[in-house]
Design a protein. Structure first.
Length: 264
């Protein structure tokens, strides 16, 4: 099915779901367990068709699919990227996130701890910056082990998100598609690639979505938008652990220009 037809199908299915508001979700699952899955857009549409009775969809100002822009910060030696690459269980991501619909911008810190849980902290800011400043400095000193005065913006990633929520509030499912990566004047799209993330309050999560994924033999697979973008644009970084992901992206999602990642 052509990409625009997949989009029409998904939009029509979302219109059949009951709606949940942002106020219903605020503060919910900031302290959580999560798993990520790579799920192509056509398959997400097929799954959604089977799950309409089990989930509600987040609607913001009448919109159910909304655009995010994330600007990731790291230090010049990429310690946050390398912590992920090296499989550290205790690691951080720092980003500005802009909600395109409302225009609000937050500085966010995601801290993954060695029990598999993700802790998220954020503060509202006026705009994205190439480097943190003002009240952002003490916030980052408190929330990360890195020197915020050394942090620089390394990558911008924009994408469209759909958010589903279980009625009991114990599970939230985000689906990100139409990924666009940018560093300076270089840009790269990954059309057709979708990233499904299931966020839940307990370590065990047997839900309609997880059962459907298991039935189709789709299992959790690490995928980081930040690490993927670094792989695409910074040929000098260590990448051995991400070779399977880089190969998958180049071969399947969809005409990625290998020159962006040097000779890898």
């Amino acid at each position: 099915m052509p990409e625009h037809e997949n989009g029409h199908k998904i939009a029509a299915l979302l219109d059949t779901l009951q709606v949940v508001t942002l106020e219903d979700l605020t503060g919910n699952l900031q302290d959580r367990y999560d798993e990520k899955y790579i799920l192509p857009v056509p398959l997400y549409g097929d799954f959604l068709e089977q799950l309409v009775e089990y989930y509600r969809v987040l609607e913001v100002d009448g919109v159910k699919e909304y655009r995010y822009v994330s600007s990731y910060l790291d230090l010049p030696a990429f310690p946050m990227y390398l912590a992920h690459h090296n499989g550290k269980k205790n690691r951080y991501k720092v980003r500005y996130r802009r909600y395109a619909g409302s225009g609000k911008v937050y500085l966010e810190v995601k801290h993954k701890i060695n029990k598999g849980k993700t802790l998220k902290s954020r503060m509202e800011v006026e705009r994205e910056k190439n480097e943190p400043e003002g009240e952002e400095i003490p916030f980052l000193r408190e929330k990360t082990p890195y020197d915020p005065l050394m942090m620089r913006q390394m990558l911008e990633v924009s994408f469209t998100r759909i958010t589903l929520a279980a009625p009991d509030g114990r599970e939230r499912i985000t689906y990100d598609h139409s990924l666009h990566f940018r560093v300076g004047e270089q840009e790269q799209d990954l059309p057709g690639l979708g990233v499904l993330e299931i966020k839940h309050s307990g370590r065990k999560n047997l839900s309609p979505m997880t059962r459907l994924l298991t039935r189709h033999r789709i299992f959790p697979q690490g995928f980081s938008k930040y690490c993927t973008g670094i792989l695409l644009f910074y040929p000098g970084v260590k990448y051995n652990r991400f070779k399977p992901m880089l190969k998958l992206i180049k071969e399947n999602y969809y005409g990625v220009n290998a020159d962006l990642a040097g000779s890898r």
